[in-house]
Ligand binder design. Structure first.
Ligand SMILES: Cc1cc2nc3c(=O)[nH]c(=O)nc-3n(C[C@H](O)[C@H](O)[C@H](O)COP(=O)(O)OP(=O)(O)OC[C@H]3O[C@@H](n4cnc5c(N)ncnc54)[C@H](O)[C@@H]3O)c2cc1C
Length: 170
């Protein structure tokens, strides 16, 4: 459902009371595709955890709040586990969940603000560990035609706080 004139105060960590011209809480991929299809000529603004933005004025766009949640163990062997997380999961909660399940590898990245869906964009990192060290792939939706594309690690050209995903603009 799209709402008009929504305050973004609780959606950015600075708590700035900027207003979005319109706002949609995205809770399913199907819903995301439908909203994208129905708003092809509308300026869009993708909002994750809202921790890496300083809103200096109202957002004259349709804000898509990525609130897709879910986690699924895809594969587990004696040495490795592959877990799929939906992009709206909070990153630190993901780290805590992995620790709880005894899945090591990302504990150095605890307390980094934001959502997991945003993490590959800048290849988050801390204390000698970066997302790329554990990243397998991510599935993205093309805003223009709503098609899905899977980016494997080699596609992403991860660098220091950057990736090919940081070059993609709306
Ligand atoms: C106090 C503090 C400490 C930090 N420490 C670290 C650190 O140690 N290491 C580090 O690497 N980073 C660090 N960061 C940076 C920050 O945590 C990352 O940039 C984080 O990944 C932002 O996530 P977010 O979901 O809050 O993004 P947002 O603020 O919601 O969005 C940031 C950008 O990504 C876009 N975006 C968001 N979600 C999606 C999506 N699903 N698909 C496409 N585009 C999207 C938005 O349009 C926007 O342009 C820190 C930030 C803060 C504020």
């Amino acid at each position: 459902m799209i709402s008009d004139n929504v305050s973004l105060k609780t959606y950015n960590t600075f708590g700035i009371d900027a207003t979005a011209t319109s706002f949609c809480n995205i809770t399913s991929i199907e819903g995301l595709k439908n909203v994208l299809k129905a708003n092809q000529n509308t300026p869009l603004f993708v909002l994750g955890g809202g921790s890496n933005m300083l809103l200096t004025k109202n957002v004259e766009a349709l804000v898509l709040h990525i609130n897709l949640t879910g986690k699924e163990i895809i594969k587990e062997t004696d040495d490795f586990v592959t877990v799929k997380f939906m992009s709206g999961e909070n990153w630190h909660e993901v780290v805590l969940w992995c620790l709880k399940h005894n899945f090591g590898g990302i504990e150095n990245l605890s307390l980094i603000p934001g959502n997991i869906g945003t993490a590959p964009i800048q290849n988050i990192g801390a204390y000698g560990v970066e997302l790329k060290d554990v990243f397998v792939s991510c599935e993205a939706i093309n805003i223009k035609d709503q098609s899905s594309k899977t980016f494997i690690k080699e596609d992403c050209t991860f660098g220091y706080r950057e990736s090919i995903l940081s070059l993609i603009h709306i």
